[in-house]
Ligand binder design. Structure first.
Ligand SMILES: Nc1ncnc2c1ncn2[C@@H]1O[C@H](COP(=O)(O)OP(=O)(O)OP(=O)(O)O)[C@@H](O)[C@H]1O
Ligand SMILES: [Mg+2]
Length: 594
């Protein structure tokens, strides 16, 4: 019920259309209901009595009624489409707007492909159901009641036959619909699985091909599709019963009425015209009943979608701007004070525990550690992508939770581990860092990130178009563009999370020294697997299983830290080193897909 309220708020400017639709619908029904009555008059007063004038009069009235009904029907249709499509648009806007405020935590919760399904399939479901409700939900019961009343007015005895038929039919429909609804609900769950599999595999089609997994993926997809197919068949097998039951009832009722009616006509208790209109009302009543059944199915089918949409609209970002936010970041110092962190409240082991670090403004800090040792998690706390579970993280001496989020993130630039470029030109991509950057500024940043050299080799230079996902640049080129984009922000703190892994060591060193020269005051945090990349850092953090195992100058670590020493020795001796290989290629090793 709550979810319905949340969604109803989004009707907004389409309230009028939403009200007009059923009003015109009712108008149409009323006019339609008059037609059988006029028909009976034509027969009784005109044909039977031989009165031509009555035929013309009632015939003209009938024509006017038909025209009015047509007009009302068209208007109701127009307003109905306007209301339902507008409602869907508002829903999508509301969801999209809220998704933009999502914290990383919320994104983890819904998963990107789940959000896409909710934005598309679920909204379409609700849109169709809304249209149905506006038009049929009012029409069906209303037209049934009117037809029933009319029938009772004409002849109560015959109308009783309807009543019995309607009750029997309603029971049959309810049984069938409840059974069918169960299957439809299952179908929608399976749709989710299908969509997820399609989205995942299409977006990762290169990996699928690289691993020659097409057959496996095909079978997987076939299974998902097969599942939906068999459920639909089951659902339709039930639905198929509706038609014969309906028609069977209709014809039985018609036969009964004809039989009873004929007797009555013979006894002059009923006129031929009255019998005619009774038969028309009969069809009306039973059709309305079937429509009500359809609406019922539609509504139950979209109930799950309503809930799924409401979840997205009402999701509150766990990262809220504080009441009186601080807009100025004083300097690039970073302090971790007894920080504990886990991604979800109920996870057993914390990802980070007892981290206490103090980084001075302008320092160059290296972070090394095995995969999964929580390096990325550590730095994600600095720009407040996640909030700490315990303790606090300070930037410029102030708790990150006190900053205005935008101001903080403008001063703390992060080049994420699996970063993306967007479709558009290189310049447009760079300007993500700074909207109004001039071409000179972009060029300077690109030069610092050693990206200028390959950009200027492209025929279109800085106007080269990057395809979606950045598939037309190499892994190393992509990384350098991402670094340039972050540098354009001119932040006080720059975090590079394994951002030069696909760049050869010589270029890597060149980028670092260029940054050192151009931005000496900027605090630089470099996460890397290569010891050589941190040898010139002021200090290095050695991460081990979510804890800080050492934080000191490279020289001291070499003496005192066993992990650092071990990594140093294996990499220096060339064992398991990937740098040797990548040094040979000028533009950096081609990055594989993550
Ligand atoms: N979004 C997330 N939700 C839940 N758990 C996560 C999430 N991201 C990372 N983790 C978990 O946190 C731990 C630390 O991961 P993290 O990405 O910080 O390691 P890392 O040191 O950066 O590794 P790598 O060198 O491979 O990048 C891992 O056990 C991982 O499973
Ligand atoms: Mg990482």
């Amino acid at each position: 019920m709550n979810s319905v309220k949340v969604l109803a708020k989004e009707i907004k400017e389409f309230k009028l259309s939403s009200v007009l639709t059923p009003i015109f619908m009712i108008l149409e029904v009323v006019v339609e209901m008059l037609i059988p009555l006029l028909m009976s008059r034509i027969i009784d007063e005109g044909i039977t009595a031989g009165n031509f004038q009555a035929i013309v009069k009632n015939g003209t009235l009938m024509l006017l009624c038909a025209l009015a009904g047509l007009a009302a029907g068209i208007l109701s249709g127009v307003f109905g489409s306007k209301a339902s499509t507008g409602f869907a648009r508002n829903l999508r806007k509301a969801m999209y707007r809220n998704i933009q405020t999502f914290s990383f935590l919320s994104i983890d919760k819904f998963s990107p492909s789940g959000l896409v399904t909710r934005l598309t399939t679920d909204v379409t479901n609700v849109q169709n159901a809304y249209m149905m409700i506006l038009r049929m939900f009012v029409r069906a019961p209303f037209s049934m009641i009117i037809a029933m009343t009319m029938a009772f007015i004409i002849n109560a005895r015959i109308a009783t036959i309807y009543l019995v038929a309607v009750i029997l039919l309603a029971i049959a429909l309810i049984i069938i619909m409840t059974k069918t609804t169960k299957f439809f609900r299952m179908v929608f769950k399976k749709y989710d699985a299908l969509n997820e599999s399609v989205e995942e595999n299409v977006s990762a089609i290169r990996v699928v091909k690289a691993y020659v997994r097409e057959d496996y993926e095909k079978t997987k997809f076939q299974k998902a599709a097969e599942n939906i197919y068999s459920l639909f068949v089951k659902a339709e097998n039930n639905m198929i019963l509706v038609q014969p039951i309906m028609m069977g009832t209709v014809y039985t009722v018609i036969m009964l009425i004809s039989w009873v009616g004929a007797h009555m006509i013979v006894n002059s208790a009923l006129t031929t015209g009255e019998l005619m209109s009774l038969l028309t009302y009969c069809m009306n009543i039973l059709m309305s009943l079937m429509m009500m059944g359809m609406v019922f199915v539609m509504v139950t089918m979209s109930a799950a979608s309503v809930q799924r949409i409401a979840e997205v609209i009402t999701e509150e970002s766990s990262l809220k701007n504080p009441e009186n936010p601080v807009f100025e970041v004083a300097d690039g110092s970073i302090d971790f004070e007894n920080v504990d962190f886990s991604y979800s409240a109920d996870s057993r082991e914390p990802v980070l525990s007892d981290v206490d670090l103090h980084i001075r403004s302008g320092e160059t800090i290296g972070i090394i550690g095995g995969t999964g040792s929580s390096k990325s998690s550590l730095v994600s706390l600095i720009s407040r992508l996640y909030d700490v579970s315990d303790g606090c993280v300070k930037v410029g001496g102030i708790d990150v939770r006190q900053y205005d989020l935008t101001s903080l993130r403008n001063q703390v630039a992060v080049v994420l581990q699996n970063n993306v470029l967007f479709s558009g030109t290189i310049l447009e991509n760079l300007r993500w860092g700074k909207k109004d950057a001039t071409e000179e500024e972009c060029r300077a940043a690109a030069e610092m990130a050693c990206a200028d050299e390959f950009i200027s080799r492209f025929p279109d230079g800085y106007n080269t178009v990057i395809t979606q996902g950045g598939t037309n640049v190499s892994g190393g080129q992509k990384q350098r563009l991402c670094i340039a984009r972050a540098l354009l922000k001119d932040p006080k703190i720059l975090i590079l999370d394994d951002s030069t892994s696909a760049v050869d060591t010589a270029t890597d060193a060149k980028i670092r020294s260029a940054m050192m020269k151009a931005k000496p005051g900027m605090t630089k945090i470099i996460i890397t697997q290569r010891i050589i990349s941190v040898e010139n850092a002021d200090r290095v953090i050695v991460m081990d299983n979510g804890r800080v195992s050492g934080f000191d100058t490279p020289d001291n670590l070499l003496k005192n830290n066993a992990i650092y020493r071990e990594v140093c020795e294996t990499q220096k001796s060339g064992g398991g080193d990937f740098d040797i290989r990548s040094e040979e290629s000028g533009s950096g090793a081609k990055g594989g897909e993550e």
